[in-house]
Design a protein around this ligand. Structure first.
Ligand code: ZN
Ligand code: ZN
Ligand code: ZN
Length: 766
């Protein structure tokens, strides 16, 4: 008998065809296997029992990186094949979507080859096999064949071709394989872009390690983009790097040789260790230990540090020379701009920033930053979901009829392609206010469409009329559906928690800022949420934000805004606050602005209140990166004790309805009056605690009223361990179920998914 089998899932570029070839031969079947568009087609002829066994083996013995979503079997007429072969790929793309796997780290087999003197790949940094190495970052088109990847620039040598074509070799049909005879090579340039060394040999690695040890700042090209490396104990190098990059305070990630070295300066629990050593190799935010010995300029003012382990052959070779020297390994980008990926761009943009460039001649098709995670309680919280995870689809709790592209909001952006019961959430894109990043955003959206073979006519975007992503959607989609920011946050949470189609939750959206349906800035909301609709039940108190966005950069403005409700102008003027110009005149101007109500934007944002507390406690006066004031507040609060801050709730009029709000003015006033009485740590801890408790109580009251049993938390504030833990304790002790994100970011990186879901369901109705 004969059958045609179509397999969908993560099956291209993972050794699936050689695997099918092997099992077909084991069962003495005839026919072929080939990649077509976005799946694998298998034709088998032979004994029925043997065919059934092959079908069984497909599921039970598939290659480690593969994932099967669907198998469709069709009875066909026998063609009389004489042998079983791997055939050339077909181009046509079906409506089903399959996708290539994410980039994973170099495997143990390749590592041992790379460090074995007798191996022909001894010390060759681009060593990979079927089970490891770059994937997503190298692919331009589907199907995933060498000619559709950036490896097309490197024709296989005779020996590599032998491995590639031999069905029993572990590099059979491995699209990225190469060796020092045929593959990419490294080049070391000095700051004047003069070629210092060009080779595959140890010399270039030894030289680079020596330069790092001597204090040089070096651009190093990786698989998804270019990093900047510098010795992490070297104050002088790091200060110089910060100045040249225009990143005065933003924490740098570090790369360290192994777990033992990581433990020499951090506290690592078992979940964190598992993440650090997994083949996805994300950056993990770890607590600095008492023995922390790296430079204070790696992660200034923070209690934790972002750490990753080597994940490419090059990293391993470098750390063999560096030993226990830990290096800063930060994405090479100017503030708000995308990570640099080409050699030419590196030369242009890092001129004067780095002393050397360690580059290679393989192009990067898809720029992909390192993923960043933080473990809160026993949950993994994605700060960035990128390399190692993207483009792996996220399973949805039910299937969607209409395909949608979610374009995300503005900051920390991602895009999502929603298709059936799968969501393809893109890598971290960044701040789309910047035109370069917006271009990158549009490029990623096009690429996700190409790779999934889906071209959604409906696009979901933010309600904010001024976002570049909203404009882009309006100009390019057949149909655009605008979605309120926090509604999108909470729906992405519902899908993340696999809640069914008819579920309802009381959602806490504790966030920076999002455009509300009333045109004000929301961000501390209690929303009753279903997949179809939402209702605003309660929030933080509405506070004045003098100067709009300026108040986000200079949180002292928020302090004056909030306290102007309860303190006289004379009292406000006496406060020891710092502003842009380091003089007190600006405070006077802000006070007048508040009294006259000029450019004062109302906001219920949780982030802005935390910023104000950070400024009032003298922790942060200027936000040099997103989330800085609240992150530094959290670090100070860690060793604080709880003080009694009485919570007050009041009523605000919301159109025709009344809304209960948490009085944040009283919280701030309480801290102000206790500045000389209690320690900064105690005040910081108690203020965070008060806001978390207030939000939890508001949610519990609203949930009780509506008879809803589940309370969920989404938004950037959920990265705060203390506040999230406190909300969980209160919610659970009141017998409600508490849900948090686990697979997609709780910050704005998850918003594109929420937009896509809501837009898909709305489109069906119309
Ligand atoms: Zn390998
Ligand atoms: Zn070769
Ligand atoms: Zn948000």
């Amino acid at each position: 008998m004969s059958e045609k089998i179509h397999v969908y899932g993560i099956i291209q570029g993972v050794g699936f065809r050689p695997f099918v070839y092997r099992i077909a031969h084991e069962h003495e079947l005839r026919g072929y296997v080939l990649n077509f568009g976005n799946g694998v087609e298998i034709w088998v002829e032979g004994d029925k029992r043997e065919i059934d066994e092959v079908l069984h083996d497909l599921n039970t013995e598939k290659p480690p990186l593969s994932k099967i979503d669907e198998i469709i079997i069709e009875k066909v007429h026998q063609k009389g094949f004489e042998d079983f072969t791997i055939k050339k790929s077909k181009k046509n793309v079906s409506t089903k979507s399959s996708i290539i796997p994410p980039d994973v780290d170099i495997c143990e087999n390749c590592l041992s080859e790379m460090f074995s003197r007798s191996d022909r790949r001894y010390h060759y940094p681009f060593t990979v096999c079927m089970n490891c190495g770059p994937r997503y970052t190298t692919v331009s088109y589907l199907p995933y064949d060498r000619q559709n990847t950036t490896m097309i620039d490197f024709p296989l040598c005779e020996k590599c071709n032998e491995e590639y074509t031999s069905p029993t070799d572990r590099r059979h049909h491995a699209q990225s394989i190469c060796c020092s005879d045929c593959g990419p090579k490294m080049m070391l340039y000095n700051g004047k872009r003069w070629l210092v060394l060009e080779s595959h040999s140890d010399e270039i690695i030894i030289k680079t390690a020596k330069l790092l040890n001597e204090g040089s700042v070096i651009a190093i090209k990786g698989i998804g983009g270019i990093h900047i490396a510098a010795k992490a104990i070297d104050d002088v190098s790091l200060l110089r790097l910060r100045k040249n990059l225009g990143r005065p305070e933003q924490p740098f990630a570090v790369m360290t040789r192994d777990m033992e070295t990581a433990r020499s300066f951090t506290l690592v629990n078992s979940i964190e260790e598992e993440l650090l050593t997994s083949n996805r190799k994300p950056i993990v935010a770890l607590e600095k230990s008492d023995k922390f010995y790296l430079s204070e300029y790696v992660a200034p003012g923070l209690h934790n540090i972002a750490v990753m382990l080597p994940y490419t052959g090059l990293h391993h070779l470098l750390f063999k020379e560096l030993g226990d020297t830990t290096c800063v390994m930060t994405s090479a980008n100017l503030p708000g701009r995308p990570m640099i990926k080409s050699n030419k761009e590196a030369f242009e943009k890092l001129d004067g920033v780095v002393d050397y460039y360690l580059l290679h001649n393989r192009r990067i098709a898809n720029r992909t930053d390192d993923s960043v995670v933080r473990v809160i309680g026993d949950k993994t919280s994605f700060i960035r979901r990128s390399r190692g995870y993207v483009p792996e689809p996220i399973e949805m709790p039910f299937a969607f009829e209409t395909d949608v592209l979610g374009v995300g909001p503005e900051l920390n952006n991602t895009v999502t392609v929603l298709n059936g019961d799968q969501a393809y959430v893109s890598q971290y894109i960044g701040d789309t206010k910047k035109i370069e990043t917006l271009e990158y955003h549009n490029e990623v959206a096009e690429h996700m469409k190409r790779l999934t073979g889906i071209n959604p006519l409906v696009w979901g975007c933010d309600l904010h009329p001024g976002f570049n992503t909203t404009h882009h959607a309006m100009e390019n989609a057949k149909k655009t559906i605008k979605v309120q920011h926090h509604y999108a946050h909470l729906v992405s949470l519902m899908a993340d928690a696999m809640l069914p189609r008819d579920a309802k939750i009381m959602g806490i959206a504790a966030d920076g800022a999002g455009y509300g349906t009333d045109g004000t800035v929301w961000g501390g909301e209690i929303l009753e949420v279903s997949y179809d609709d939402f209702r605003r039940c309660a929030s933080l108190e509405t506070q004045p934000m003098p100067g709009g966005d300026a108040a986000a950069y200079y949180p002292s403005r928020m302090v004056l805004g909030i306290l102007s409700k309860v303190l006289s102008d004379e009292e406000l003027a006496k406060m020891k606050l710092r502003f842009r110009h380091e003089n007190y005149k600006e405070g006077q101007i802000v006070i007048e602005q508040l009294r006259r109500g000029v450019n004062v934007i109302p906001t219920t944002s949780t982030g802005r209140v935390l910023d104000a507390i950070s400024s009032l406690l003298g922790i942060t006066h200027y936000r040099s990166y997103e989330g800085e004031p609240a992150m530094k507040l959290e670090s100070i609060a860690r060793h604080g004790k709880i003080l009694e801050i009485p919570l007050r709730f009041k009523i605000e009029r919301d159109g025709h309805e009344n809304r209960t709000v948490l009085d944040t003015t009283q919280i701030l006033l309480n801290i102000y009056e206790n500045l000389d009485v209690h320690s900064r740590a105690d005040l910081a801890f108690s203020a965070e605690d008060a806001i978390a408790t207030g939000l939890a109580e508001l949610a519990i009251n609203a949930a009780e009223k509506q008879g809803i049993g589940t309370i969920g938390l989404s938004g950037g504030v959920a990265y705060n361990e203390h506040m999230t833990t406190r909300m969980r304790e209160i919610v659970e002790s009141n017998d409600f179920t508490f849900i948090l994100h686990s697979k997609i970011p709780t910050g704005d990186g998850g918003v594109s998914l929420g937009q896509a879901i809501i837009a898909s369901l709305k489109a069906d109705k119309k």
